[in-house]
Write a protein that binds this ligand. Sequence first.
Ligand SMILES: [Zn+2]
Length: 208
Amino acid sequence: MVQWILKGIEKFQKEVFPRHRARFEALATRQSPKLLLITCADSRIDPNLVTQTHPGDLFLVRNAGNLVPPDAAAGSEAATIEYGIRVLGIRDVVVCGHTDCGAMKSLLQRGTLEELPAVRRWLETAAPALRVLERRGLAPDDPDALRAVTEENVLVQLDHLRAHPAVAAANVRLYGCMYEISTGTFLAHDPARGAFVPLPEAGLDREE
Ligand SMILES: [Zn+2]
């Protein structure tokens, strides 16, 4: 393995693990995460760091663009959501998009993705988010288009989640969030206001 990652593993084993040994031993044969977080694969998002949580706290789905394909009968997202809700008993699910998202940039330029056929196909799950451009009169290259599509994509994926049989059957609480990389700010979708508003002042209102 590459040397720099070996150094990190060695430091974890020698310095970090011993300090948290009891926590890891308690997690050895069971987990009971309280929240399913669906967020982007982007390397700049560290879920445990930005929520100040620990191993065992968050059940994660990560992929390019924080997408939830609508086919609830197939795919890793559907399986992970189903397992999290039906087996682990999770009742709070957050979809979190972020600024400067490469997947959302690709969605805005999807006419130029000949070299990225898998990306183009994958982003079909996010394509309904492009409706916001027409609604707000934005061109794909408008400076505001990326933020608008990224936020709208969170709402599209919440719609897909609502249609998931495990979500519908278990009265799961859904939330939409945005994370701003350059400021560390979180914004939550407020369904009453139809807007993303900064946390924690705004609180976290469930979508339904
Ligand atoms: Zn992203």
